[in-house]
Each structure stands twice: as C-alpha cells, then as structure tokens.
Ligand binder design. Structure first.
Ligand code: ASP
Length: 437
C-alpha cells in the first residue's frame, strides 16, 4: 500500500487553527501515515517562534537570570493549542520537567529540541497517532554528523511496528545519550530521513508557500512557481541562495529516489513543486529558476604562456589549500586564470594569499576584484536548447551591464555569470523576463 511521509513546518503548526488544517490534510489521504512536526512557529509577523523562546531561556539560565517570563510564554502557547483543540491531555508535567532542566543547565540542543518534542506530542494526541521520540531513532556520531546507516536501520525496524506515527523533527541523539539538533530548519531533514527509512512513495513537505519560486520575489514581481525541479537543479539553486527547505534535506531521500512535494498548508489544493530524481521530466520553460548571491571576489592571475606551464593550476590551488580557503569557480583562458572566492572566506588572508600566488607561479600580474555578485541560471532543458547562453548575455547587455565572468557547468544545466553587485537586481529581472513570458 502507498505510504507518504508528511512534514509540517512551524507556521503550519503555530496554533489550533493551523493544527486543524493539518489534521484535515492528513485525514484526506489514507497514505499519510508518518508525520514529522516542527515546533510552533510565528502566528504573525511580530510573533516569536517557540524555538527562539527556548534559545532565549537557555541564554538566561546560563547568565543565571530568571527564565520565568519567557517560559510562561512557551507554556501558554502549548496550553492554548491544547485547550482550543479541546484535547483531554496535559503537558504540565513535561513542561515542569523541562523548565527544571533548563534552570539546572541542560544542554543548548536539548533545550532547543523541546519545541518539536512537545508539539509532536500534541499532534499525536490530536490525530490519535503513536508518538515516537526522535531521540530513540535518529543518531549522530561523535563528530556530530548524522549516523545515516544506524539511523536508517533502527528507524526502519521501529516504523514497521507503528502503522501511524508522529515524530518530532530537528533532533536526535549522540552516542553518549545527549540530545543533538540539526542546524536551524532541520525538521526538513528529519522528514527526509523518515521517508527513506519507510521507503515512502513520496515525501510531502508542507509549508506556507505554494512551492518554490522561479526567482526571488523581493527582486522579481510575482515570479511563477516551479512545477517540477530535479534534485540536481534544486542543489544548484539552493547553493546560490534560493531556499524552500533545508539544503541537506535532499540527501536521505536521494538515496532511494523518493520525490519531494513542497505544498502549502494554507492552500492545500495547490499542486506545489515536485522535486524529482530524474531529468527525464520535461519542462515548460527552458530555464527552471534563477538565483544569486552577492559577496564574491575574483583573483585574476595573468602570465604569458600560462597554458603551457605544467602544475600552474595546482600551485595556485595549493596556496588556497594552505590558507584553508574554498573556491567557487575557476574560469581560465590561455594566459589568465581567475579564482572566484566568497569574500568572507578571503578577508583576513587576502593580501598574504595574493602575494604568495604571485610568487609561486611567478605571475606577471595578480589583481583582486571585490563586490562581485554571482547569478546562476539553472534548467535541465538548457542541455538540449541551443542559444540559451546567447539569450542570457543579450538580455544582460541590453541593460548595459558588463559581465565579468562566465562559467557553464559540464552538466549544461547551469550557467553562472559574475557581475558587479550594483547590477545584481537588474540582471536577474532582465534574465527572468527574457525567459518567462
Ligand atoms: N524549530 C526549528 C527551527 O526553528 C527547526 C525547524 O523548524 O525545522 O529552526
């Protein structure tokens, strides 16, 4: 029988009204058997997420200050959800124990994780589903990385014993028994881990938008929703700043080729965005999406006959390695090589590195240009379409914008251009309107 894992984000579980929408969604499809819950999020723009209130409590306790006021806000949030849902259920004992734990210096991750723990308990009671504590089935190794194989083994064995269950997102357990969280927004990863463990047909990630947008809505007016995107395209766009879920959430489902469907709890009839493993799915647009980031620097290295010199590239990259600096792109021509690096990586070692590079390759000239923005134009259909790059460059040139760097990945589904930061928004708008009519 078909099985779906559904994850609901904080805004989907922020109050009783949202809980009711969530229950309606789950009950509308019998295959929605395993539910991953976030902590209550913001109910309005001025509200504070429960996770942030918990972090605040932790800081106050460390500073030996009273947590009473903030903790009461947390208690009130859960109690109002419970009473508005008319549940015959109380979290008082749990809340008292957590409060005592915080005062007695429980660990930061333990404190933060309690938002999901309590919310999943409420949701399980409301749905009549089993509650499975993530502490018993999501494991981290001693370096704080997810222990993928152990987690998958234990979780799969556990889930078959529960026909329907709610699992709190965001955290798991270290081998010494202490609680460890993922980075912020990590419930998305938990959902993906659960989907893999049960071999789900689909992982539905319910949030407050109707899918991933083709461009940043703060830059492009009303951008279209992406209907289908591949794992690979999503990686490229997320890396460049487009976000619809936690970046690492893709990895567990990817192992088993499970598709992810981004859906909107407040508009459940919208189909949302399907994130699929294979690129065989066609696309209405040549490009799938555009994303970008500011804050890059380009180191330009010039030397006559550079292309004939064996080991040139290695020597340049060794300097970066010695300074523990990552590079993003490495475009080159016959007598020049450029290294694109995030400016924040470069800051403290900039001049030292430039001098070293000049020395190790005996360069004619090494210069650094800061204030560079990178824009990624991503689309699986670009592979077959001729002239896409030409259309991108023409659209940008029409705006009188100078392109400083071009890089096309060998996959041909990604063209990256480097421009001055001042031109960033104009360039994105120009590319969007060239391809999306
Ligand atoms: N509650 C956590 C956060 O605010 C994790 C999550 O919502 O996914 O980051």
């Amino acid at each position: 029988m078909e099985s779906k894992v559904v994850k609901f984000g904080g805004s989907s579980l922020a109050d009783a009204v949202q809980f009711k929408k969530v229950a309606d969604i789950i009950r509308a499809d019998n295959a929605r058997k395993y539910v991953v819950a976030s902590a209550p999020g913001k109910r309005n723009d001025d509200d504070i997420k429960v996770t942030d209130l918990l972090y605040k409590c932790f800081e106050l306790a460390i500073a030996k200050k009273s947590i009473d006021d903030i903790f009461e806000k947390i208690r009130e949030r859960y109690n109002s959800i419970i009473s508005d849902l008319e549940l015959d259920f109380s979290l008082d004992e749990e809340l008292d124990a957590i409060k005592a734990g915080i005062i007695h210096r429980a660990g930061r991750d333990y404190v933060a994780s309690r938002g999901e723990y309590l919310n999943a308990m409420v949701l399980a009671a409301y749905l009549g589903y089993d509650f499975i504590d993530a502490e018993t089935c999501i494991f981290f190794d001693d370096n704080g990385n997810l222990d993928t194989e152990k987690t998958n083994r234990v979780l799969s064995e556990l889930l078959i014993q529960h026909s329907r269950a709610v699992i709190p997102g965001f955290y798991g357990c270290m081998s010494n028994g202490s609680i460890k969280t993922f980075s912020r927004g990590g419930s998305d990863i938990t959902g993906s881990i659960v989907a893999r463990a049960i071999g789900a047909d689909i992982y539905e990630n319910w949030t407050d938008v109707s899918g991933m947008l083709m461009a940043d809505p703060r830059i492009v007016d009303n951008p279209k929703v992406i209907d289908v995107i591949t794992y690979g395209e999503l990686r490229e766009l997320s890396y460049m700043g487009a976000s619809v879920m936690h970046e690492d959430a893709i990895f567990p489902v990817k192992v088993s080729n499970i598709p992810i469907n981004i859906r909107n709890t407040n508009a459940p009839d919208d189909p949302g965005t399907m994130i699929v493993p294979s690129a065989s799915v066609g696309s209405a647009n040549i490009i799938t999406g555009i994303a970008g980031r500011k804050g890059f620097s380009i180191i330009n290295i010039e030397k006559d006959m550079m292309n004939a010199e064996i080991g040139f590239g290695r020597r340049v990259l060794e300097v970066l390695e010695n300074h523990k600096v990552c590079f993003e792109h490495l475009p080159s021509s016959i007598d020049t090589m450029s290294v694109v690096i995030s400016t924040s990586e470069l800051r403290s070692t900039k001049y030292e590195m430039v001098a070293e590079i000049a020395k190790v390759v005996n360069a004619d000239r090494v210069t650094v240009e800061d204030g560079i923005a990178l824009i990624a134009v991503v689309g699986r259909s670009m592979e077959r379409a001729k002239g896409t790059a030409g259309r991108i460059f023409a659209a940008i040139a029409k705006q009188d914008i100078n392109i400083k760097m071009i890089d096309q990945g060998s996959s041909e589904r990604n063209i990256i251009i480097g421009i001055e930061e001042n031109d960033y928004k104009t360039a994105i708008r120009a590319i969007y309107s060239e391809f999306v009519k």
